[in-house]
Design a binder for this molecule. Structure first.
Ligand SMILES: [Zn+2]
Ligand SMILES: [Zn+2]
Length: 422
């Protein structure tokens, strides 16, 4: 068995030509996908392009229509070994592109009944094209591959439209992690506004668990001049909005990880001299630890209930989980580190801090050990504070980052069997 320190170095040098040949193709695919973005669960053109490409490579299996538009390709290497998965998400966002690049999107789509502009503002265009590139390199080098690779092209990472299912949860429900070629480990990359070509990781928790929060406070409507005749839900909602901020700061053991509660919307009432019947509050919760997440939910319900009770109002709390914590399996990360340094260069693999954004990639990681790395796609000459973030109309990926992503995906697929000791 090879040591984790120098996996497959000898074989790697023979791939240089393959990477040089694939780079212009990946750039071209990425421009095309960028110019033709599609919203969550509507990735029809993207999925067709991916499926056509995977079929042209002669993969052992290409499945389409998984979780609406998902595509999964399976490649069996010439040597026996474990099954692993590589994941790319495919959806764009309702954002009006302002990057000014020649291949900028002018696409429009329908989102929750509204006509909206569509843009790859989260960089999923790079994810799709890099995984297409990795599939080609690996398919052309089956002789080097010990084991099987599943290429998972997932729809609706940003969340399906109202009333629909989708995303990683649905891919898993439809069996992408089951069956005779069930993967035992998974890798995902995400474009991020750090220096182009760098890989950022964090051992253990990396990106937050996210939960949607809805609080409905019910009082009793009355004249604004005589509040004692009713129950004022606006007054109660204001107390709730303030009091719940004490949960992370006063009650949770934040040494286990930070927590964020945000109320982003409060609606109630129609004019100044009427105390309304009801107030609706919408928010989001972010945590990095399962225990903290559960305790926060429990305390939130209790706090809201107690404040409503004290005021003679009633309140309901609805918490809808979006995604668990995304992170890196510590042992697997440690073993794969030489591979990632090979892919990006020694000094370009950097440790990151916690990120309060969330990813539905975490659902795969609930089932199997996984790694999730951020791939830098920003011009290093632009100061960090000036770089457009994901979801910005100015978010744009540098093309020299793409080949680093391809190398990372290919490296993981080729080296996993060795570092796993099989
Ligand atoms: Zn996003
Ligand atoms: Zn994203």
């Amino acid at each position: 068995m090879m040591s984790a320190a120098a996996p497959a170095q000898d074989l790697r040098s023979t791939l240089d030509e393959a990477f040089a040949a694939i780079e212009p193709k990946v750039i071209e695919w990425r421009r095309d996908i960028h110019q033709n973005p599609e919203l969550s669960n509507r990735e029809f053109r993207t999925a067709a392009k991916v499926a056509e490409h995977l079929r042209s490579l002669g993969l052992d299996k290409v499945e389409t229509g998984i979780a609406h538009t998902g595509v999964v390709g399976t490649l069996v290497g010439d040597k026996p070994g474990p099954v692993i998965a590589l994941r790319a998400d495919m959806d764009g966002l309702p954002v009006l592109e302002r990057t000014g690049v020649p291949f900028a999107s002018q696409a429009r789509g329908e989102f929750n009944g509204q006509d909206v502009p569509v843009m790859h503002a989260c960089g999923h265009d790079t994810h799709v094209s890099m995984l297409m590139g990795a599939a080609e390199v690996l398919a052309n080098n089956r002789g080097m591959l010990a084991g099987t690779v599943k290429f998972i092209f997932q729809p609706a990472e940003e969340g399906p439209p109202a009333g629909e299912n989708g995303g990683a949860v649905m891919m898993i429900q439809e069996g992408v992690l089951d069956g005779p070629d069930a993967p035992e480990a998974i890798l995902g990359l995400h474009a991020w506004p750090i220096d182009s070509g760098t890989l950022m990781y964090r051992s253990g928790s990396f990106m937050a668990a996210a939960d949607g929060l809805q609080i409905n406070v019910r009082g009793r409507q009355t004249h604004g001049s005589s509040p004692w005749l009713g129950v004022d839900p606006i007054y109660v909602a204001a107390q709730i909005a303030t009091a719940i901020q004490g949960i992370p700061s006063r009650h949770l053991d934040i040494t286990k990880g930070p927590a964020v509660i945000t109320i982003g919307s409060i609606h109630g009432g129609i004019r100044g001299n009427i105390i309304p019947e009801e107030v609706e509050m919408l928010g989001t919760i972010r945590t990095f630890d399962t225990g903290i997440r559960e305790e926060l939910h429990a305390r939130l319900r209790k706090t809201v209930q107690s404040i409503a009770d004290a005021n003679g109002a009633t309140a309901t709390v609805t918490i809808e989980g979006y995604a668990p914590v995304t992170g890196n399996h510590p042992e697997l990360l440690r073993k794969m580190m030489p591979t990632f340094k090979w892919a990006a260069g020694d000094r370009n693999v950097i440790e990151g801090r916690l990120i309060t954004g969330a990813e539905d990639y975490s659902f795969y990681q609930e089932r199997i050990p996984g790694l999730f790395l951020l791939l830098g796609v920003s011009d290093p000459n632009i100061p960090l504070s000036d770089r457009p973030s994901n979801h910005s109309p100015l978010f744009n990926a540098q093309e020299d980052a793409l080949i680093v992503g391809v190398r990372t995906l290919v490296g993981f697929a080729l080296d996993y069997s060795q570092v796993s000791g099989r």
